[in-house]
Design a protein around this ligand. Structure first.
Ligand code: SAM
Length: 237
């Protein structure tokens, strides 16, 4: 039994490898988050392989859903399966069932954002989506404040401003950030500046976003001092 993770374009349909197209053609089924979205890609490349929905709601039944197949390609809505999507859970299960798991190299949003940011790339940490609120969010922000590496985060448009505000409280208004919006799409934009400038710039955020924060060089703030800062600035919690 074989599961192949197939990275798919994050915007521009040309961003797919020849090997990815071959695997999508050869597999018995293409399991994917959204059959309509992946269907558009398959149709664009004339690939007749049937699709099967396997998203965050159905990944718990993956074994049953994939039982009829010996060769499954897995694609998520965009980018590399396993990065902030149900791919990681599918891999965990497939390894448990004794399947062979392969991952093709290919598109993902975090790498283009990082390398175009102009911030140090030799050491970085990937945070994905911050927890939405509460203790977990505060703890992750504290951890980031102590981070000596460039940090990459994903964020949705309706939470972008809140996250920029919280980061500003932790890192300070002058801290360098790059905000990559709509990578590889018509309205691609890479904003580079300070956190306060980013807040000024993105008044009504639209599209998909990756945030890249420069490393925090200042001495690590103590938890208590941070707590005070959070309280003073009314951070969510
Ligand atoms: N697996 C994907 C990857 O490899 O990047 C990430 C999936 S995650 C559910 C979706 C998030 O990725 C979005 O909310 C956004 O933060 C980021 N993203 C995806 N496509 C993007 C794009 N074209 N431009 C900027 N960010 C993007």
């Amino acid at each position: 039994m074989r599961l192949v993770l197939v990275p798919t374009p994050i915007g521009n349909l040309e961003d797919i490898t020849l090997r990815a197209l071959r695997v999508l053609k050869e597999a018995e089924v293409v399991a994917c988050e959204d059959t309509r979205r992946t269907g558009v890609l398959l149709e664009h490349y004339g690939i007749p392989t049937p699709t099967l929905r396997l998203d965050q709601h159905t990944v718990g039944r993956a074994r049953e859903l994939l039982a009829p197949y010996r060769y499954v390609a897995y694609a998520t809505d965009a980018g590399t399966p396993g990065i902030s999507d149900p791919g990681a859970e599918l891999v965990r299960q497939a390894l448990e069932w004794g399947w062979r798991v392969e991952a093709l190299p290919g598109p993902t949003a975090l790498i283009p954002a990082l390398v175009a940011s102009g911030l140090p790339t030799h050491r970085f940490t990937f945070e994905g989506f911050l927890p939405k609120r509460g203790k977990e969010r505060r703890e992750r922000l504290w951890a980031l404040a102590r981070e000596g590496r460039t940090a990459v985060l994903y964020e949705s448009p309706h939470r972008l401003r809140k996250t920029l505000e919280d980061l500003l409280a932790v890192y300070g208004p002058k801290h360098p950030v790059a905000v990559a919006r709509e990578l590889s799409k018509v309205h691609e934009e890479i904003f580079r500046g300070s956190l306060e400038e980013a807040l000024e710039h993105f008044q009504e955020p639209r599209g998909e976003f990756v945030l890249v924060l420069g490393p925090k060089k200042a001495e690590p703030l103590e938890a208590e001092a941070l707590l005070e800062k959070f309280r003073a600035q009314g951070l969510s919690g």
